[in-house]
Design a protein around this ligand. Structure first.
Ligand code: HEM
Ligand code: HEM
Length: 176
């Protein structure tokens, strides 16, 4: 018996995988910033991390529009109701956190105040005025949100692998 699987469309898949790569990169580069000593390498990584994060913001705005316009394909009937609820809640949280994360980084950088160049092409204007204490608090929020995103992504990838290799129900293929 062949089971037909409805998939996310090409634009949604492209955005999912592009953003997944960039977010994993941002989590890695952000964490590396935490333990690198000051110097030219750290400065380059700051610039790369910030521009990468702003790219995520732009792509996420497109992705939210794509999600509203195209929706999500129905899940296979074998997926139980608590799993549907868990998936919807965790996907919503991922969308919200990955949209907010760059905005918090942008605000924290503006308040520091530090420049926000985009791959040497142009600079983003400050989102808020200079305020060193506020910047410190926003970076603490940025750090906590990073830990929550890491936890959600780990569970998300584990769930995807479980669907692919244990349940073999085609859920992963919806995104391939
Ligand atoms: C999806 C987007 C982003 C993710 C996932 C992300 C993630 C992270 C993580 C995990 C850290 C390390 C936190 C720590 O352990 O101290 C970090 C640090 C940092 N992020 Fe981001 N970030 C994102 C976007 C941005 C953006 C857009 C900016 C600036 C415009 C930014 C500026 C910074 C800076 C300056 C640090 C270093 C903070 C410090 O030295 O304490 N981030 N980021
Ligand atoms: C190896 C890594 C990953 C795999 C295998 C994977 C797999 C999947 C699969 C199979 C779905 C479809 C779920 C469904 O049918 O409802 C999905 C959806 C989703 N993934 Fe991932 N993913 C990965 C990484 C990531 C990362 C790093 C993020 C966060 C940046 C992410 C965010 C999302 C979101 C928000 C959805 C919901 C899409 C929607 O309904 O609009 N994924 N992922």
């Amino acid at each position: 018996m062949t089971v037909t699987i409805e998939r996310y469309n090409f634009i949604q898949k492209l955005l999912h995988w592009l953003i997944a790569l960039l977010v994993i990169g941002a989590l890695g580069a952000g964490s590396a910033l935490d333990w690198l000593d000051n110097g030219p390498l750290k400065n380059q990584l700051y610039a790369l991390h910030k521009a990468n994060g702003m790219l995520v913001l732009g792509l996420m705005l497109l992705r939210v529009v794509a999600r509203i316009v195209f929706g999500a394909p129905p899940l296979p009937a074998s997926v139980s109701s608590w799993q549907r609820t868990a998936a919807a809640a965790s996907h919503f949280l991922l969308y919200a956190l990955i949209l907010l994360m760059p905005i918090v980084g942008w605000a924290a950088t503006s308040a520091f105040p530090a420049p926000l160049p985009f791959f040497g092409l142009f600079e983003f204007p400050p989102l808020i005025g200079a305020d060193r204490d506020l910047s410190k608090q926003l970076f603490e929020i940025h750090e906590i949100m990073g830990k929550v995103i890491i936890a959600l992504v780990v569970v998300h990838i584990a769930a995807a692998l479980q669907h692919a290799f244990i349940k073999k129900d085609g859920v992963l293929r919806r995104m391939l």
